[in-house]
Write a protein that binds this ligand. Structure first.
Ligand code: PPE
Length: 291
């Protein structure tokens, strides 16, 4: 446990120069039986997969990291929180051969409210299709690596500087991939769609949760390739992520989505997702890791 002021890194940290880190974003909520981390194991396992893609040998097991996240919340006495584990190359090698660099692991936690604003959760956000394309999967593995986020940052900056709330990225084929920090869902004629992983989107834990919850709730959920105009023609559109949770989209490229109000499927997704992470649904209690 390190106090905020002392949680620093050296300027020769490999990851600072080359983006050689992998990380996670996880949320803990006040649930029925106390504070619980939502799908903690799935997030940690994804971080370990991401490390593998970059030939980083994690110095800790999945179980140790799971326990450390919980301990950090206990020590901070947080009832709800955002948790950011990061594994990154540190000192020992500067230059592109990273094999002699040490692997550092840190877990950070802080309070993080509505990622795209309370107003966005209630009424929906305005999204711009980015002129920057999602990096292609033959350039980077599908992993949550720090370095690849400069692609998201370019898209996000363009969107916010142009007065939008969030960016939507197409991949190099021009088909829909994901948001700068979220997966995307479209609803048309009552069917729920999301792009496949082959569209270059992150294998989102929230994406999986929402697919499962809506499908168990009786909706047909289909993975499908989409083009830009599908964003204009769908009835409802929402984005998912640990930070963003389920955030409705009310406008894309200055075109109103549906009637401009979050639709019934979006509202249902928001509701059952919240019910799941607060432990109101017994069927998904295995998703909660009580601290
Ligand atoms: N795509 C991207 C590019 C992404 O960054 C995230 C999470 C997702 C999809 C959704 O993944 P999941 O959280 O497993 O459902 N973005 C994280 C961080 C954003 C940020 O640092 O800012 C998050 O939501 O925690």
């Amino acid at each position: 446990m390190v106090p905020h002021e002392e949680a620093t890194v050296h300027v020769l940290t490999h990851a600072l120069h080359y983006g050689t880190g992998v990380f996670e974003g996880i949320r803990a909520y006040e649930a029925a039986g106390g504070t619980a981390v939502f799908r903690l194991k799935e997030h940690i396992d994804r971080m370990i997969r991401s490390a593998k893609a970059y030939c980083m040998d994690p110095p800790h097991t999945s179980d140790e990291l799971v326990e450390a996240c919980k301990e950090l919340l206990r020590v901070n006495e947080f009832e709800s929180a955002y948790i950011r584990p990061i594994m990154f190359l540190g000192l020992g090698a500067l230059g592109l051969d990273p094999r002699n660099a040490e692997i550092n692991t840190a877990i950070i936690t802080w309070k993080w409210g509505a990622y795209l604003g309370e107003e966005g959760v209630l009424n929906g956000i305005r999204v711009k299709v980015s002129s920057w394309r999602r990096f292609s999967q033959d350039a980077f593995p599908n992993a949550k690596a720090t370095g690849t986020y400069i692609n998201s940052i370019l898209a996000k900056l363009e969107a916010v500087n142009d007065g939008y709330d969030e960016a939507m990225l197409l991949n190099s084929d021009g088909t829909l991939s994901e948001g700068s920090g979220e997966n995307v869902f479209l609803i048309r004629d009552g069917v729920v769609y999301t792009p496949p992983l082959s569209a270059g989107c992150l294998e989102g834990v929230t994406r999986d949760a929402v697919k499962t919850l809506l499908s168990d709730d009786g909706y047909t959920v289909v993975e499908k390739v989409f083009h830009r105009s599908d964003l204009y023609y769908c009835d409802e559109l929402f984005m998912t992520g640990t930070a963003a949770e389920v955030t409705p989209v009310r406008e894309v490229d200055n075109r109103t989505v549906g009637n401009g109000r979050p639709g019934p499927v979006t509202r249902r997704a928001q509701q059952i997702y919240a019910d799941a992470y607060t432990g109101k649904l017994d069927a998904y209690s295995h998703w909660l890791h009580y601290v």
